[in-house]
Design a protein around this ligand. Structure first.
Ligand SMILES: C[S@@+](CC[C@H](N)C(=O)[O-])C[C@H]1O[C@@H](n2cnc3c(N)ncnc32)[C@H](O)[C@@H]1O
Length: 285
């Protein structure tokens, strides 16, 4: 939070687009500092809660429904420009902790894993409809799972036996990976399935491509990512944009939560923040 407010200093009249509203924690802090915030979320439950929580900010706050790739394309077409655009990627704690949505390796509900709008299939359908080779590629690329072929076969067999809860799929993955591991071995595969179900990397690529066109000259893009696949995309995109003059400054190093925030909220530990500043008018397309 501190790092976000250092990169986007809220002030009356500042227009901020929050691409990942969630429950509105960042949006609330920006609104409290006097900014106007438009918040996007693909999850109808998150939108309803944020809308209720932040209703007291009146016209300064507006909720937009859909994926950020889709909504930002519409905003660009409408000629909207912002002083700052924020994206705090991935799932929210609310989504992870809701046992009914099947994101967790402990969930007793079917492993759905859809965040909301714009997901053609849930995780069970993805496992069922992919060949073992296709599924292994997903696990390897998005979860860096080295035993991807064995895990893919185990997941497909579990779904065929109708063992489709988060906990049952996690047990199937554990059975396919020998030896003791410090972290539950299914966490890598669950990350991969979630990324694939929600098209997370395609969403991020689309957002990174459109970001400069959403910002006023001197405006800031701020992206918080939670794993190396995302952070790599952000780093490469910002560096390439700096080289071509789209950005006139970018974060020289990644920023992470301080010890106090990490102690308060252990899920902030892997978060990596990068920012980029839009070059002056006429310097870039
Ligand atoms: C990490 S949480 C954001 C938390 C928020 N910054 C806060 O302070 O409460 C991520 C949120 O972004 C949403 N989200 C993730 N990817 C999205 C996408 N491609 N389009 C729209 N919303 C997305 C999720 O549904 C989730 O509610």
């Amino acid at each position: 939070m501190q790092e976000v407010l250092a990169a986007i200093v809220p002030a009356p009249g500042l227009r901020v687009l929050d691409c990942t509203l969630g429950l509105g924690g960042h949006a609330e802090a920006l609104l409290a500092g006097g900014a106007t915030v438009w918040g996007i979320d693909r999850d109808p439950a998150a939108r309803a809660l944020a809308e209720e929580r932040l209703a007291s900010f009146g016209d300064a706050f507006r909720v937009l429904s859909g994926t950020f790739a889709e909504v930002t394309a519409g905003l660009r077409a409408a000629g909207e420009r912002f002083d700052a655009v924020l994206a705090d990627l991935g799932v929210s704690s609310m989504q992870l902790d809701d046992g009914q949505r099947g994101f967790s390796i402990r969930s007793e509900a079917p492993a759905d894993m859809r965040m909301g709008d714009g997901c053609p299939a849930d995780a069970i359908e993805l496992i069922r409809s992919s060949s073992a080779d296709e599924l292994a590629d997903i696990l390897y690329q998005f979860g860096e799972e080295r035993r991807s072929r064995a895990v893919a076969r185990a997941l497909k067999a579990a779904v065929e036996r109708d063992e489709i809860s988060g906990a049952q799929l996690a047990a199937a993955v554990r059975g396919a990976i020998p030896g003791h591991q410090q972290r539950h071995p299914a966490l890598r595969s669950f990350q991969a399935l979630r990324i694939a179900v929600n098209g997370e990397l395609d969403q991020l690529r689309a957002l990174l491509a459109i970001l400069p066109q959403l910002l006023c000259a001197g405006g800031r893009a701020v992206v918080i990512s939670f794993h190396s696949l995302e952070d790599r995309l952000v780093k490469e995109s910002f560096r390439a944009g700096k080289a071509t003059g789209i950005w006139d400054d970018i974060a020289r190093r990644v920023q992470q939560a301080d010890a106090a925030e990490e102690a308060r909220n252990p899920r902030s530990a892997p978060a990596k923040l990068r920012w980029a500043r839009r070059a002056g008018a006429g310097a870039a397309p």
